[in-house]
Design a protein around this ligand. Structure first.
Ligand code: HQG
Length: 177
């Protein structure tokens, strides 16, 4: 498997489906590096520590991180399985961006931004990134979120280790369409 496919597989098991290879994540989303390598190899995904380090280091969005002692690994964000990332709340910039597809607009106007299958609503710090996120779903559109007002209304925000802003829900009243 090349680095890109290994990275996609890691996203699958560290965010959505660890049981695919019989892996267990702890409550904070960490997997043992030793067990991960063993289980991946048992399931035909040939990888060693050196290769895993390469996947983590070269990932375009820095989706994964090792614990400081290199014994554990987790995805920085994007989980659908329940994990407690234990990130401290952070004060967001005055505005953040959310990239989506135009066909979602009516529903977002009605219901706001909901997390759906994921653990958080994801917001980007710049338009360019948000446009790319939206493109994954169809014709992209970037919504501007009044995060200053949300923070003033005591809504909590977290920033993942790879710079994605996370929150639970964005009411439509905070969105500029
Ligand atoms: C939309 C990628 C209708 C929402 C990115 C989005 C991100 C609604 C879709 C990360 C809605 C969910 C997450 C509503 C929200 N009605 N549609 N009320 N509320 N939506 O993939 O934010 O490459 O779960 O706009 O970079 O697109 O995987 O979330 O279009 O950080 O590392 O429902 O995934 O990172 O889609 O992307 P997703 P997302 P990775």
């Amino acid at each position: 498997m090349d680095v890109k496919n290994l990275s996609k597989f890691l996203s699958l098991i560290l965010r959505h489906n660890p049981q695919t290879i019989g892996l267990q994540l702890d409550e904070n989303g960490w997997a043992s590096v030793e067990v991960l390598l063993q289980k991946m190899n048992e399931h035909g995904k040939k990888i060693n520590l050196e290769k895993l380090k390469e996947v983590v280091a070269t990932n375009d969005k820095q989706r994964f991180r090792f614990s400081d002692d290199l014994t554990k690994i987790r995805a920085n964000q994007g989980h659908s399985i329940e994990v407690e990332l234990a990130l401290p709340p952070s004060t967001p910039p005055d505005t953040l961006f959310h990239g989506t597809a135009t066909r979602n607009l009516d529903s977002i106007k009605e219901k706001g931004l909901i997390k759906g299958k994921r653990q958080h609503v994801h917001l980007s710090s710049n338009r360019e990134t948000a446009t790319k996120v939206g493109q994954r779903h169809g014709v992209p559109i970037v919504l501007i979120v009044n995060t200053k007002q949300m923070a003033e209304d005591s809504i909590l925000f977290y920033i993942s280790d790879n710079g994605v802003w996370l929150t639970d829900y964005v009411d439509a009243k905070y969105i500029e369409f």
